[in-house]
Design a protein around this ligand. Structure first.
Ligand code: SF4
Length: 349
């Protein structure tokens, strides 16, 4: 019999599945699941016979730590998580003045193939379940011993390409009987899956929508982000405007600064013109050099010129701090390194 993924179920779904049991049973189980237990035998206040029944019919998803790297420069910790079927994703735990933030993955690999991204270069394996997305947060929280106060869906994968599981995850992580994390403490990043952005706008969640823009026009964007062939910048920015109006939330545009590709003052001026009527701010990211790509990060001077041009045009802009620079903290790099290490060991033996 195929066992059911219990941790992906909402409290109401568990209540319905446990009909005939005492009324408090579903909540007991839900509490255990959201405390991060990975075995039914850890649910010590349940009768033994009921635990055995649960183990027959259900399974508990887990994200086990395969590798862990701690930065010597700051408090950043990078995890390589392994799921029950052996697939692996990355997560990064960071410290900010407002608390601990975890950046987690939503897919094993990614279909979007952005030219500057290590994950995009590794292909796509499968979607994560809601429980696997949640398990990354739980594992990091248990491992660090500190409460995680903010979540960023910006690791491996395109969240809106795994839409149903991501919505379910949001429901679970914000439930008051679970981690009870406010939507305002969650950021969701997309490369611009426009149809799902319209759908998400109707939910009126108070999360922050980060849109990976990385270019001021279609010519440049299509070169580095294949998704732009499906939805061009005009369609994307129209969806962003709609999202901001519908939710009242400011869009955060991510812009990776790539030397000689998108980092000129002309690019900044064009970008500012296009964003003029959108409730937004721009986050400039000194891009990480990815093995196998010719992209290099822009110089400090270019970065500052770009920043001041946007500011002079009235666009709010920040430059992202680089955290965990010594542990390959950006998406896809660690898994790549791990695979290379394993391959090298294989070669030696
Ligand atoms: S940047 Fe994001 S959307 Fe693009 S390939 Fe990488 S993981 Fe996928």
């Amino acid at each position: 019999m195929n066992r059911i993924d219990l941790k992906s179920m909402t409290l109401n779904e568990i209540k319905a599945a446990f009909a005939g049991q005492p009324a408090f049973r579903a909540l007991q189980v839900y509490h255990w699941l959201h405390r991060g237990v990975s075995d039914f035998d850890e649910m010590t206040d349940l009768p033994q016979s009921f635990r055995a029944r649960l183990a027959d019919e259900y399974y508990i998803a887990a994200a086990r730590i395969e590798r862990k790297y701690c930065s010597k420069l700051d408090d950043t910790v990078k995890y390589l998580f392994r799921f029950n079927d052996g697939e692996m994703v990355e997560g990064v735990l960071m410290s900010y003045h407002y608390g601990r933030t975890i950046c987690i993955s939503t897919q094993v690999g990614c279909k979007m193939n952005c030219a500057f991204c290590a994950t995009g270069k590794s292909g796509f394996s499968r979607n994560l379940t809601a429980s696997e997305i949640l398990s990354q947060v739980q594992t990091a929280q248990l491992d660090s011993g500190e409460r995680i106060s903010h979540i960023v869906l910006m690791g491996m994968g395109e969240p809106l390409d795994n839409y149903e599981a991501v919505l379910r995850f949001l429901d679970l992580v914000s439930s008051k009987e679970g981690m009870n994390l406010g939507m305002r403490h969650i950021s969701l990043s997309t490369c611009g899956i426009v149809d799902k952005m319209y759908d998400l706008a109707e939910k009126k969640y108070q999360l922050t929508l980060s849109v990976s823009l990385h270019a001021p026009n279609d010519l440049i964007r299509s070169r580095i982000m294949p998704v732009n062939h499906r939805w061009n910048m005009e369609e994307l920015l129209r969806a962003c405007r709609y999202y901001a109006e519908r939710t009242g939330r400011r869009i955060s545009f991510e812009y990776a600064m790539i030397e000689g590709v998108n980092d000129s003052v002309e690019c900044a001026a064009e970008l500012a013109r296009r964003l003029r009527k959108i409730l937004c701010h721009v986050n400039l990211i000194p891009v990480n050099t990815v093995g196998g790509s010719s992209f290099r990060k822009s110089s400090r001077e270019r970065l500052h010129q770009f920043e001041s041009t946007l500011l002079n045009h009235g666009i709010t802009v920040t430059v992202r701090r680089t955290l965990g620079a010594d542990i390959q903290a950006s998406c896809g790099q660690l898994k790549r390194r791990f695979k290379e290490e394993v391959a090298n060991v294989g070669n030696i033996q």
